[in-house]
Structure formats: C-alpha cells, structure tokens
Design a protein around this ligand. Sequence first.
Ligand SMILES: [Zn+2]
Length: 427
Amino acid sequence: MDRSLDQLAHRLLIQCSPAQVNVAADIAAAHDGGLVITGDSPEPIVSKLRARGFTGPVLCDANRYSGPHRVNARRGLRPAWCRRQHELGLIAVTDSGYLELGDWDSLRSILYTAAWQRGPVIAMLPLAARWLFHREDVDHMARELDAHGVPVAIALEHSGDPFGARYVVRHFLRLLRKVSVPVLVLRSDVSAIGALCHGAHAAAIGTTSTLRHLYPARSYRGGRPTTVSVFVKELLSYHRLDTCEAVFALAPETGHFWLCNCAVCGGNTLARLRTAENPRAVALRHSLHSQFLTYRQVVDRRYAREQLASVWHNTCSTALAAHRRIAEHASSWRVPDHLRRWCSVTDDPLRHYRETLLPNAAPPLPASPTPEPRSRGNAHRSRPDVGLGPGPERNRVPMSPGRRTTPRTSTDAPPSTDCRGTSRSSP
Ligand SMILES: [Zn+2]
C-alpha cells in the first residue's frame, strides 16, 4: 500500500461543499478527522485551508457522477484532474463518472487508468447499489480490484439509505473481507463508522442529505430542505428538530435520548437548537460533532477487527432498543432500516467469549456519553438528514402519551442486548 495512504487510515472524514469547508475543517481538526471537498475547483479552497493551518488529510471529489446531469463512466477519466490534486500535495481521487450496473468494462477502465497515474491515486467507484446484490458479482469485483492493485473509494447509489438494504450490508462487508486493496467509503452517514469497524480504510459522513447519499438521477434531491434535522447520538440516526421537541415534551421518560454534550449543545436538549439564530447552521455543527463523538466512542485503533465489530454491533443494538422505547410512546415512530440491517446482518463476534468466559463483564460499550474534546489534535479519535429521505427524519409526532401502541416492537430490550432475535426481516 502506498505509504501516503497511511494518513487516511481509520479516519472519519467530513464530505462537504466548498461553502461549508471552514466549518467542516474546524470540526475535523478538533477530532483529528479529514475532509472530502466536493466540487471541481479545489485549488483556492485547499490553499486557504492550509493557510488557516488545517493539517489533516484532504480529498477532492469531482462529483461528476451525481445529479441530474451526471456523467457516465464510459466517458473516461481526465488525467489533468489527478495532476491538479497532486500539485496541491494531495492524494488524487479520480473524476469517475457513474458506473451503471454490470458495466464491467468501465470499471476495469477506471482501475486501469488510475493504476497508471503518477503519484498516489484513489479510484472513485460510484456504483449502483445493485452491483452488490449477487455474491458472485461481489467476489468478481474483489478479484478485479486486487488485480489492478489500486485503492478505491466507493459511493453507493440508492433511492434511500443503501445500508438500509440487507444485501448491501451483507455483501459490502463481504467485499471488505475479500479485497486486499484499501477501500474508502464516501458520501455516507453514520454507517461510515460501521464500515470503519469492518475494515474500511477511511469513510466520509456528508454535511447535507445530498452529500450523505448518491441518489438515482431520476430522483435527485437537490435544493435546500424545508425542515431542519439533527443527528441524535443515542439513536444513531437523524431526526427533525420539531419531532425531537414534541417527543421530549410528551414523553419525558425518553428525554435523556435528546441530551447532547457536544461542544455546541453543552449538555442541553437538542430541542434547544430551534431557538438558535440560525438553527440550520447550529444543527450542522452539532450533527458533525455528535457523529465524531460516536466515532471516538466506537473506533479505537488499538482494537482488533473483531473488537471493533463487536462494539459496533452492540452500539447499534443499544440504539435499536432506544428506538423501540420511543415507539411505545409515538404511534408512528419508525425504526431506521440501517439499524435493523446492521443488527440482523452482523453479529457480535465476541459474544460467546463475553457470555461464557466473562459472564459478569460489562458489554463493550461506554455507558455514558463521551465528553467533547477540548482541543485540536485529540489523540483518541472516534450522521442529518433533512427530512427528505425515507428514514426516521420523516417521523411525525403523533404521540400517544401513556398509551402503548407497540407498532413494531414488543419488548423493552435492555441496552446492549443483541437484537437479532427481534428485528424485522429485511427485504
Ligand atoms: Zn450536540
């Protein structure tokens, strides 16, 4: 592996637009993270970043594969794009177009061209999620990646959350196990942390819904959403602020789920973000800080891969149990699909060890929130939706205080219990 890729190892990155880069850089620096700048004019941005003293890793995503006018991968790569990034002292990310399902020729062309670039290069692979549907295709892709020996960055096109699909979680993890080249995940959300726990080299959380997803061109969701959503750390998912406020007001027994001790919230409830002068800007900062706190709580470089997988599985199980408690009070509360899938597809590889050899040991999950780092360069390093996706941000607030509606849940699973036995089957 190119030694220059070492700087990205185990890192959580923030994928942002040029307009958000200063905010993202401050937060990335506070948590020892990195940046993915989305756009085709990185030079002035990177220069300003370095002048401001940002020393973390920076990647550039040309974003040719996204939006209603996206470019098809058959158009090929532009070597000048990689040269421009190298001149900035960066690891180059290819400006690949969208890879249609089954377009193996274009996949190989991207890998081949990337392999012949001078300087460190990451091949960008914007894939339709269905590339991961068949196990045989995943194994074939792994062989192609290894044959060319080029690090790759994958973004998965899906109408919703790709990691809400069982086959994506199962086969993406299979791909990570099969390949020997470094695999990065771009344009993702909290599942980026799950990917890191299962062997991804680095992974990026997006600042907006369109930077957390790669939507099909026909359903591209550009523009600014009308509602403000925030990442709720205890639930590992994004929720609308107005939903948070109503749930907290009508179901105080779940109020601790809305408390946040990130640098923005300072231990207050997320509902207070609505009173800020610019709720959207504050919500963004909170959501990024909060996801980094989750990352720091879960990802420890000293852990072996099995330990990381164990902690991530238990973190998802705890969040799923929290959703089920809320669903007892909010009649239409929807448990996010990604948590169901991570819980049902993965297992705790250390469960047998903990249950038999350490029966009284606490689960490998911090019981209390991790405090915000006080300064940049914290040595121990560790997702929003904006009411557009089909996930929990669409949760309205039809509350049923004092009444059990149990729409999808039948038990009060205690935190850190395995959820495989109670989760709904995936499609
Ligand atoms: Zn916060």
